[in-house]
Design a protein around this ligand. Structure first.
Ligand code: SAH
Length: 253
């Protein structure tokens, strides 16, 4: 049994209890060294073999897993954030399935959720946006034609843009062209929940310059939308005149 584990955004206390336990019990650990905080491996057994997948291709990763499995060893594959978001986990799972090797997935705190926590904001504000778009810009790898940033921008939804900080100029230009007002608030968070975390706040019109002044060019997430601003409606969920399955309205009490 191979366990895929979401390590969370950086702070080693933000891994799940289950993920931590499985890492601590593992004989073989394969982790994404480019982004996973090595401190999440602090509880690993001294005898555990640790592989950094930043230096491995898919075949090599699968090879390590197969060998460990044959030897009856416990293997964990540790991804940053949650493995379902830009984790390249599917291709590994499909290979394991072909080989008849069992696996499961332990979710983690994706960086886009950690960023909301750092900013103390909510993506889904009443009267502002009820939709979160998780996307990235086209870079060295393409995105499907129907998902171009310019088209997604039309909705003015809350947006979390991964892997794209190097294209911040083009990103802001495209978002404005696509339909966000130039004064739409933007936050760029570098290494959310790490000790060297940095936050840059601005608008679509001025964030690019601010980000460059801070020399942020990697490991940052850009979030965009009115949810970063001041205005919104109050929730119905906690509205005293609105009844829910658990709570009667004020007039019914
Ligand atoms: N599976 C991960 C994403 C991997 S893709 C997750 O769920 O978060 C890598 C990209 O994620 C980075 O380029 C950056 O955009 C973002 N990212 C990962 N960790 C981050 C962090 N601690 N702070 C800000 N952005 C982060």
């Amino acid at each position: 049994m191979i366990h895929f584990i979401g390590a969370g955004p950086g702070d080693p206390d933000l891994i799940t209890v289950k993920g931590k336990r499985l890492i601590d019990e593992a004989d073989v650990i394969i982790y994404a060294g480019s982004l996973v905080n090595p401190d999440v491996l602090n509880g690993a057994k001294p005898t555990a073999t640790i592989h950094n997948s930043a230096y491995m291709n898919l075949d090599e990763v699968i090879e390590v897993m197969c060998k460990a499995e044959k030897e009856g060893l416990r293997t964990v594959r540790v991804h940053t954030g949650d493995p379902a978001i830009y984790g390249a986990i599917r291709e590994q799972m499909d290979r394991l399935e072909e080989k008849g090797i069992e696996f499961d997935v332990i979710p983690g705190v994706s960086s886009f959720l950690a960023v909301a926590a750092v900013l103390k904001k909510e993506y889904t504000l009443p009267d502002v946006s009820q939709t979160v778009i998780v996307t990235r810009m086209e870079g060295r790898t393409p995105v499907p034609e129907k998902e171009k940033l310019i088209d997604l921008a039309r909705h003015n939804a809350s947006m979390a843009i991964f892997l794209s900080i190097g294209f911040i100029d083009e990103m802001c230009k495209t978002l404005i062209e696509g339909g966000y007002a130039p004064d739409t608030p933007v936050a760029v968070v570098y290494k959310a929940t790490w000790p060297d975390e940095k936050t840059v706040l601005g608008s679509l019109a001025d964030i690019a310059g601010k980000v460059k002044a801070e020399k942020i060019d990697r490991t940052a997430l850009t979030v965009v939308g009115g949810f970063l601003g001041g205005g919104y409606g109050l929730s119905k969920l906690y509205d005293k005149s609105f009844t829910t399955m658990f709570r009667k309205g004020a007039e019914e009490q």
